[in-house]
Design a protein around this ligand. Structure first.
Ligand code: ZN
Length: 324
């Protein structure tokens, strides 16, 4: 029998696991890199599920969780096909890039659906989306706070207007076990996120955030592993009864606060803290300590993430509040 592929990824025979590397042939810029993958072909039929991580290359809990899931799930217990790509931002990993990919200095998770004639990240986004992501029934993209970010675990998804698809996405997000969920776009950010464009393309897709600050904390890794395992059971991609977990509370908006000035940031809040509209959540001073700006919560809600580095450029992100 001819070997089965999903895009450039060679699948193993039924009941087996394969690890390997793939590239995007025919594009000299992309072909310089090989992306790691782990693929599992179940013995019984089921959905094709994609688990990705490391589109932000320093979000290590997600990368570690993806590797663990790929290596630990038993092929005889998988139903359908599971593909794990633990590190999407391959150029940025050993560079320890924050937010961006060093090939073009842009945030890979703002460039979907991409452009076959665009810059590196746009070409990568186009090939990943058309050759792999849209060949899957479900997609879970693992994130965390970046090297200079702390966050409380949350899930993010987008409603598409297709009721059946939206119900499938919500079931996945509810099964992860996070306390908070976001389904609105971040204020002031560009679109082009992988999970959002995948959903718009008909894939039941979501994003999960756990951990941050460049730390590999076991609890953060386990949260991702357990959350994805529960999603796989819930959607019938893995044997076993799903755990009953409380669904997350959906925030009303995702307000990203940016700095009006370049300066040294004192954050006055911590993640998961509840704030009221008008609360002072931080301040900025210059490099001899003169006050420059006071940061006020524009809405009441929960602090979902914050930047841990005090070095802030004008318009740089400071923190995000999920409105309640
Ligand atoms: Zn991220």
């Amino acid at each position: 029998m001819a070997q089965a592929f999903i895009g450039p990824i060679a699948l193993p025979a039924a009941g087996e696991r394969a690890t390997g590397r793939f590239t995007f042939a025919g594009d000299a810029g992309l072909e310089k890199y090989e992306w790691p993958y782990i693929a599992i072909s179940g013995v019984s039929s089921g959905p094709v599920v994609l688990v990705t991580a490391g589109i932000h290359a320093a979000e290590y809990a997600g990368i570690e969780a993806a590797i663990r899931l790929g290596r630990s799930l038993h092929p005889h217990k998988v139903r359908g096909t599971l593909i794990v790509i633990p590190l999407l931002n391959r150029p940025g990993f050993y560079e320890r890039s924050i937010y961006v990919n060093p090939e073009d200095g842009d945030n890979l998770n703002r460039l979907f659906p991409g452009d076959p004639k665009g810059k590196w990240g746009e070409r990568f986004a186009h090939r990943l989306l058309t050759e792999i992501v849209t060949k899957c029934d479900h997609a879970i993209d693992l994130h965390g706070g970046d090297l200079v970010e702390d966050l409380v675990a949350l899930v993010i998804y987008r409603e598409t207007g297709n009721a059946a698809l939206d119900a499938r996405i919500k079931r996945m997000a509810d099964a992860y076990g996070a306390r908070w969920a976001v389904k609105s776009a971040p204020t002031g950010e560009r679109p082009g996120m992988l999970y959002a464009v995948a959903s718009r393309s008909g894939v039941a897709a979501m994003l999960a955030e756990s951990g941050g600050r460049g730390l590999l904390i076991e609890e953060d890794v386990v949260r991702h592993v357990r959350g994805v395992t529960n999603i796989l059971r819930t959607i019938g991609a893995l044997e076993g009864e799903p755990e009953a977990v409380a669904p997350p509370r959906v925030v009303k908006s995702f307000d990203w606060l940016r700095s009006p000035v370049e300066g040294f940031f004192h954050c006055h809040v911590r993640v998961d803290q509840l704030v009221k509209q008008g609360d002072v959540v931080g301040d900025l001073v210059d490099l001899v300590g003169e006050p420059l700006a006071t940061i006020i919560a524009p809405v009441g809600g929960v602090v979902l993430f914050l930047v841990t580095s005090p070095a802030i450029r004008k318009d740089g992100i400071l923190l995000a509040i999920g409105a309640l």
